[in-house]
Design a protein around this ligand. Structure first.
Ligand code: DGY
Length: 326
């Protein structure tokens, strides 16, 4: 008998869905909301595997899921899961690292450029028909090349951001991380420093950290107060790492020059968010990895992980391989 799998995702690329359907009986939830939550939980209790993204799945939802062996999240971040709870229940969780590193770094670096050179604001100025004579100081931006790039979190994506900054734009790189990253130090002349020094010295501060109990709300009023008044703050990881009211206050007080944000505490960002009032804020709809090629590769990676796990093979991207015996 085929194993039962739930897909909770807008849609999987057809070849990947076909790969899954060849081996599993698939139930599809295009979205999960209050209206279908009970039905979704009932389906979890019947499932052997799950694959999807962007839904917070708390531990209580798995209480009766005695057949569930594996969940493949189509994302690198797995803060939507209680990993310890899954491990206790013998459910392996897999993610999609590597395949999205370069695209996500592209997004983050585009925020560096867009904020410093005021790309969105000035493109809107042109579209609004306000370009009526040659531009002057009021439209000038800030140089990116040669400025100091501070990276909080020098993992795969942080290192890809460092490469763009250092090798492409001649930027000195400062970083702070749980552990030293000697490879990126060598490749990008990146200098490990304290968080305080990074906040104080960087012209661009990029947050590329996972969301954990330690990082949640770890950038607040005290951290913004340490930044240079001319600094740009870039967040391409998770909104909850930042105390958003403190960021708004830092922008209001002009403690920083601008912010480039791909992630927010609440997503989609409410249309009345004060962040949208600032011309020096570039806000994106969480597009870090959102290219055709990368999203395809992520789906492919997640399907492979799930099929491996359901076949009893240790999946290549297991977050908690200890959950099961392979
Ligand atoms: C990821 O892969 O974690 C992206 O941020 C999408 O959630």
């Amino acid at each position: 008998m085929k194993k039962r799998v739930i897909v909770f995702h807008r849609k999987l690329p057809a070849p990947e869905l076909a790969r899954l359907e060849a081996e599993c009986a698939v139930t599809h939830f295009e979205q999960v909301n209050q209206a279908n939550r009970t039905e979704f939980i009932a389906a979890i209790h019947q499932a052997h595997g799950m694959i999807g993204a962007s839904v917070k799945l708390d531990d209580t939802m798995f209480a009766g899921a005695t057949d569930l062996e594996a969940i493949a999240t189509i994302s690198v971040g797995y803060d939507n899961y209680d990993v310890a709870g899954l491990t206790r229940r013998g459910i392996v969780l897999t993610n999609t690292p590597d395949v999205l590193t370069e695209s996500t770094a592209d997004t983050i670096f585009s925020l560096v450029l867009a904020t410093a050179r005021r790309i969105v604001e000035l493109a809107e100025f042109v579209k609004a028909g306000r370009w009526q004579r040659s531009i002057g100081e009021a439209q000038f931006g800030t140089d990116v090349h040669g400025k100091t790039l501070g990276i909080l979190g020098l993992g795969r994506i942080g290192s890809a951001v460092a490469r763009r900054g250092h090798l492409g734009f001649g930027m000195p790189i400062l970083y702070h991380n749980r552990s030293r990253n000697l490879e990126t130090e060598a490749q990008c002349a990146a200098r490990y420093c304290s968080r305080e020094e990074l906040l104080r010295e960087s012209d661009f501060i990029c947050v590329v950290l996972p969301l954990t109990a330690e990082t949640e709300n770890s950038i607040g009023a005290a951290e913004f107060a340490q930044m240079k008044p001319g600094a740009f703050f870039i967040n391409g990881s998770r909104g909850k790492i930042v105390d958003e009211p403190a960021l708004i206050e830092a922008l209001e007080k002009e403690q920083i020059r601008g912010a480039g944000l791909d992630v927010f505490v609440r997503e989609p960002l409410p249309a009345d968010s004060p962040l949208l009032r600032f011309p020096n804020v570039v806000a994106l709809p969480h597009i870090g990895s959102a290219t055709h090629e990368t999203r395809y590769a992520m789906a492919q990676c997640a399907v492979t992980n799930l099929l491996d796990a359901l076949a009893g093979r240790r999946p290549p991207d297991a977050v908690n391989p200890e959950a099961r015996a392979w």
